[in-house]
Design a protein around this ligand. Sequence first.
Ligand SMILES: [Cu+2]
Length: 278
Amino acid sequence: MLRKTGTWGAAAATLLAMAAPAHADWSLVNMPRGVSTMSGEIYDLHMKVFWWCVLIGAIVFGWIIYSMVAFRKSKGAVPDTKLVHSTKAEVIWTVIPVVILVVMAIPSARMLIKLEDASATQLTVRVTGYQWKWHYEYLESGVGFFSTLDQDSNEARQRDASLKPGDVPHYLLNVDRPLVVPAGTKVRILLTSKDVIHAWWVPDLAVKKDAIPGVVNELWFEVQADKPGTYRGQCAELCGRDHGFMPIVVEAKTPDDFAAWLEEQRNAATATMTASAG
Ligand SMILES: [Cu+2]
């Protein structure tokens, strides 16, 4: 008995020692409520299903623990060797989960249908994944550019760099040129890749889809009209050596600011073309 306590004590001490250094920044991060027209609804559905699961888990484990404690052998419990089958019990433990699954499936299916409905979008951007950067092209206006990891993050990630990761704001989550979109506008993304499978993931917009070579995937989002701002994401499909170094930054501007920005890009592109032609 003593030895046993000693072993458990040592195990507990080891676990505590392992957990201690990590404890400072240990926190549970839930999915964000987000800023798109769909993200709030998705979050609410997620939380609803989460609490159902917690409730089911509490009931099932509570029942198991109660049965183990109340009917333990030391209390004189005797196993019922005659009961080998109960149709009633089987019907109950089949019907209840089926009902729960159907009740969960209805709002989920409704949500999926809404998410797939990319009709009536006002702007289309083709997003192409590359090892290891993104290319954005505004199909209606022909403006296009690459978006790569920002200079400071890139420097700080090198071995023996003078710049330290802690000194770089939004380390590994910043780019040289963000994707700019108008808030309050339904934006369609046509997603593909030029080499391997990547995934375009921006939690605040509640979008995440694979970018597959030879396939065009479609998704859409609409940043709420009163939520212009900068929203960050990452490639979410292990795509090679620099997978961790191709972040996504979406900058949502007011429609007027966006129109001005797009005009500026178009002029800059024309100027470059004229210069190279001359
Ligand atoms: Cu990638």
